[in-house]
Design a protein around this ligand. Sequence first.
Ligand SMILES: NC(=O)C1=CN([C@@H]2O[C@H](COP(=O)(O)OP(=O)(O)OC[C@H]3O[C@@H](n4cnc5c(N)ncnc54)[C@H](O)[C@@H]3O)[C@@H](O)[C@H]2O)C=CC1
Ligand SMILES: O=C1C[C@@](O)(C(=O)O)C[C@@H](O)[C@@H]1O
Length: 305
Amino acid sequence: MSNRAESVLVGLIGEGVMPSLTPPMHEREADVQGLRLLYRPIDLLELALPAAAVGDLLTAAQHMGFNGLNITHPCKQLVMKHLDEISDDAARLGAVNTVLIQDGRYIGHNTDFSGFGSALADGLPDAHLDRVVQLGAGGAGSAVAYALLKAGVKELDLVDMDANRAAERAAELGELFPEASVTPHTPNELAQLMPRTDGLVHCTPIGMAAHPGLPLDIELLEPRHWVADIVYRPIDTQLVREARAKGCAVLDGGRMAVGQAADAFQLITGRVADRERMRAHFLELIAQEEAAASLNGGTLAKAAR
Ligand SMILES: NC(=O)C1=CN([C@@H]2O[C@H](COP(=O)(O)OP(=O)(O)OC[C@H]3O[C@@H](n4cnc5c(N)ncnc54)[C@H](O)[C@@H]3O)[C@@H](O)[C@H]2O)C=CC1
Ligand SMILES: O=C1C[C@@](O)(C(=O)O)C[C@@H](O)[C@@H]1O
């Protein structure tokens, strides 16, 4: 038996979270550090609960002695009205993916943006950040764009096939970062944008096992560009492979997945996670998944993200 101060109980609330690699990443890191930590997925689909149940689940988690929660699709905005305190960045970004339960209070943070930010700094330390093209302005893309602007990107070209979404996100981000220029575009403008950019960040689902292929004409990529993909199932997406073959400096999507987990681990446990050790474990898990999928004829697509 142990209490909240002696061991750590964490959950992940969202739809389709059973295949998530975040629980094993936290548990392994805690094991190595000699910390007793259990991390359970709480899947709204399995429980047949609507996204609006997130508030009741927070209360239940508090009653049951949870120390913290990760929150994912479709609850990252919905959860905010149930919180007692929200970090400045999460409030500005308008999304929470980590909730600490402390002294009966709920405190929200966002480690998607901080995880991408540290991934970029660690994985592409020499990347020029004056001008960046970002493809995809959805949920994850919003956190990534926020991180890019915080990292000092001066001109961010936000490209999405949904022109309204690109325009809305660009306007929101432009207000948050008035010193930068954030411009919305559609994919048919990429031929004009790529020759002017330092790097490309990819945040659409293209390249996932369920959506194979390339998100842009690969001829537009030059060896001087750096490329960051956030898709990590598979870890070597076609974009990652072809960018590497061209000689581009490349960041794979696993870096962000590990970054968000490492930052949440630190917030929840108060201990610093060893990111390289966590990444090595993450790559092991992905390799196991990819090997199992190739035995089953490519059903990696079943994994949610
Ligand atoms: N590395 C990590 O930690 C994470 C990675 N992901 C990856 O990021 C991908 C995107 O996730 P979300 O932003 O949550 O999805 P989302 O569905 O909220 O957004 C995707 C956006 O891409 C746009 N889009 C789709 N196809 C496009 C194309 N061909 N050209 C231009 N725009 C296009 C859509 O209009 C939409 O705005 C996921 O599929 C997943 O693979 C997601 C979350 C975390
Ligand atoms: O969106 C994501 C992905 C995630 O849900 C996962 O399954 O790894 C974990 C969340 O913390 C993060 O915000």
